[in-house]
Write a protein that binds this ligand. Sequence first.
Ligand code: PRP
Length: 234
Amino acid sequence: MAGATAPGSTGGTAQPDATALSRGGIHLVKHPLVEHHVTRMRRKTTRPSEFRDLVRRLAALMAYEATQDLPTKPYRVETPLCETEGVQVRGRVGLVPILRAGLGMVDPVLDLLPMAEVWHLGLYRDEATAQPVSYYDKLPAKRPVDVAMVLDPMLATGGSVTAALMTLREWGVTNVKVLSLIAAREGIDAVATQFPEVQIYVCQIDPELNAHKFIVPGLGDAGDRIFNTIEPHE
Ligand code: PRP
């Protein structure tokens, strides 16, 4: 797949911020299928059932990119004909969905990594302050996973991902990847500045946040669109 590290157009949205890109931790997953599915996801008439399918497809495409450097070890396997050398993923991989919207990305990534552990983090953004509020965290005190993959379709101010990354740092995880379908330029820049060691994978980077800290053009609220909880008046 034509995954790209940083350079390239974002398909009609803003060019990634040059400052953020120079830090090298941002990977723009650029591919015709990714752009096609993101466009369908942005469309306000896309119903929740299709929206969920699109999140799943994009999460799988991103996970393929984000797992390219997973460590492996040799593994001998017996075929029906003879023994041969193969490989096995080495170490523990943890998927860390940020509730709620990150849940929509878990199953497709688990399909690729059936041996992964899933560690949920409950965070919601306070509507008045746009600050993340933690409401669920059951990470154990010890034995951090070797690789953590934070799953959240949206990265707006970056506050939620930052809170998740601080939690993972406290747990002791040293290899962390963030998978977000859409990010705002200022949010991704803020996360990359604070966590230059973290690899951030995004499908598209949008140019701005509005007064309510929503990504523009964005796609609205991914959690509401996945779980069909949009208030009738919205
Ligand atoms: C959305 C989204 C991210 C967060 C992004 O979740 O899924 O978690 O906001 O914003 P930020 O980068 O400014 O922190 P939301 O708070 O709406 O919760 P939900 O998933 O339960 O809808």
